[in-house]
Every structure is written in C-alpha cells, then in structure tokens.
Design a protein around this ligand. Structure first.
Ligand code: FES
Length: 131
C-alpha cells in the first residue's frame, strides 16, 4: 500500500495575489479542509499560504482583509499576523500556515496529505467522543 505524503500544490498565479487582497482557492478533490487554501502577498513580497478556514468558525479567511501584514477574519475580526499566522491577541490560536514556493510564476503550497477515510464505526466513535 502506497504511503500518501504532503505534496506541493499550485494555488494561484503570482500576479493574482495582490498585496492586500487574499486569494481563496480549492486545490484538491479530497473534500477535506486541506483542499481550501488562502494566499496572501505581504508587503515584504512574501507569499503566505494558509488553510482557508478560520480556527474560530468555518469562515473562509480569504474573505477577510489585510492591513499592515495582518489578516483580519471577516467572521469576528480575529487578527492573524503574517507570515506566522499567529493570532495577535491569543498566540496559541493561530491560523494554519503552509510552506510556500514560487515555481514558473505559480504560488505553490506544501499541503498535508488527505486524511485516510474512516469506517462508519470509527466515524461514529469519533463523533461520540466529541459530545
Ligand atoms: S470566524 Fe473568524 S473570528 Fe470568528
């Protein structure tokens, strides 16, 4: 059985990522959160890729705004420093940030492998433990 590992995925063209405008893309077909990626170009010319889901609620960070290298969630206005993704007022609640690289004019992000599918029994047990 082949082992699925993290993989570099193309997210958007470099020119699509304006300095203060997050770009949201779906870059996979796993149906899992890892497919949702947000790219932000910082004022320092760095491209930051994040999970496009706020750690607070299921709101896309790409719908937010960027000011002074801080990404502000459109949900409840939590602020995340870029490039670290650290929440400005609660450092232990940061956004998920992925490594990036530029290849042939594309911003690529190193995304985790999709989680292995669970059996119905495993899923039900996991749900029961959360209640
Ligand atoms: S959903 Fe992002 S701060 Fe609440």
């Amino acid at each position: 059985m082949a082992t699925v590992t993290a993989a570099w995925e193309r997210v958007c063209r470099v020119e699509e990522a304006a300095h203060d405008t997050p770009v949201g893309r779906v870059v996979g077909s796993s149906g899992q959160d890892r497919d949702r990626v947000c790219v932000v170009a910082t004022s320092d010319g760095e491209y930051v890729a994040l999970l496009d889901r706020c750690p607070h609620r299921d709101i896309a960070l790409s719908g937010g705004v960027v000011r002074d290298n801080t990404l502000i969630c459109p949900g409840h206005f939590w602020r995340f420093e870029l490039p670290s993704g650290t929440r400005t007022d609660l450092p232990d609640r940061g956004a998920t940030v992925y490594p990036t690289r530029i290849v042939d004019g594309w911003v690529e992000a190193l995304l985790p492998a999709p989680a292995a599918p669970q059996s119905i029994r495993e899923w039900l047990l996991a749900q029961a433990r959360q209640d």
